[in-house]
Design a protein around this ligand. Structure first.
Ligand code: G3H
Ligand code: 13P
Ligand code: ZN
Length: 326
């Protein structure tokens, strides 16, 4: 049997206190996805510089990509880097879209401080049963758990649905009571990836269903709500990608004003993956296109990492409101 590692030994924290403060202060904790060292450095530096708490988030496939052992020490390194900078910001390591008990258990046993069990594609009762099994295992080890009700559209490695199904507010109380989850992801019109809406030129994107969010918050006051698929799909980076040989036509995300509104409500955690991918890809494309003889990865990954730091700081300061809260 492999020895287990508790997250507190890595200097990580669970999401309980983060969410309590976020709810009280009416802001949202950023949950940034990462797969490699430059992404992790970009996120952590951006959060150190803006003094923001942060949830470092990996999907099952990201964990496989980075290697589970390497990943544990990367997270530990991020904590030590923050401490060394005198920042001491709260850092959680979270499994994004876990789909089985075994995966969640493996993450908990190897140092994650928080896990998501995404059973949203299962019938309600099955979702409750599976999520509760994870909650029981996690809570014995003081690991926090995020569940999901309602299905987001979008295609990524771990999630693939053509259509979204909004969360039914009337199911929320019994889901929380039946599972014991610490936070709940809901579907109010966001989706994963860089193509969140089909809009014709001149049209604006449809507003998120804040009425559903309000009804959920009314039914479970003070309970932390999570928003997935919350990248703004920053136009500057989409334009740069397309200018330097990319082909991301009609990519469109959630307007920042709506994310700001969500962060000021019961939403305590906002998930951002695509915007980080876009920032890195845009800078790498530009540098390689303009310097065809360059082959030192530091020359394009370094500036890409700098773009990520800038993006993270801007999000924390101007959109989520988490800057200065650590
Ligand atoms: O919501 C899913 C995340 O963006 C992770 O995506 O499975 O491609 O790592 P991934
Ligand atoms: P985006 O694709 O909008 O960045 O969403 C990421 C996400 O929800 C990760 O779980
Ligand atoms: Zn997601």
């Amino acid at each position: 049997m492999k020895p287990t590692v508790h997250y507190s030994d890595l200097g990580l924290v669970n999401t309980k206190e983060m969410f309590r403060k976020a709810m009280e202060g009416k802001y949202a904790i950023p949950a940034y996805n990462f797969n490699n060292m430059e992404q992790l450095q970009g996120i952590i530096l951006g959060c150190i510089e803006s003094r923001s708490p942060v949830i470092l988030q990996v999907s099952g496939s990201a964990r496989k990509y980075a290697n589970p052992i390497m990943l544990r020490y990367m997270a530990m390194g991020a904590v030590q880097m923050a401490n060394d900078a005198g920042a001491g910001i709260p850092i959680a390591l979270h499994l994004d879209h876990g789909d089985t008990f075994e995966l969640a258990k493996s993450c908990i046993d190897s140092g994650f401080s928080s896990v998501m069990l995404d059973g949203s594609h299962h019938p309600f009762d099955e979702n409750v049963k599976l999520t509760k099994r994870v909650v029981d295992y996690a809570h014995e080890r003081e690991v926090t758990v995020e569940g999901e009700l309602g299905v987001l559209a979008g295609v990524e490695d771990e999630v693939s649905h053509d259509v979204s199904h909004y969360t039914k507010p009337e199911e929320v109380e019994s889901f929380i009571a039946g599972t014991g989850v610490d936070s709940l992801a809901i579907s109010i019109g966001t989706s994963h990836g860089a193509y969140k809406f089909k809009v014709k030129p001149g049209e604006t994107v449809p507003p998120l269903r804040f009425d559903i969010l309000e009804e959920v918050a009314r039914r479970v006051p003070g309970f932390p709500i999570v928003l997935h698929g919350a990248s703004a799909v920053v136009p500057e980076y989409v334009r740069m990608i397309n200018r330097f040989g990319g082909k991301l036509e009609d990519a469109v995300g959630i307007p920042e004003e709506q994310l700001r509104q969500a962060a000021g409500s019961a939403v305590c955690k906002i998930n951002i993956d695509s915007d980080g991918r876009l920032a890195l890809t845009a800078v790498i494309r530009k540098i390689l296109a303009e310097n065809p003889t360059e082959f030192d990865p530091r020359k394009y990954l370094g500036p890409a990492r700098e773009a990520l730091v800038k993006m993270v700081k801007l999000k924390n300061e101007k959109v989520l409101g988490s800057a200065g809260r650590a």
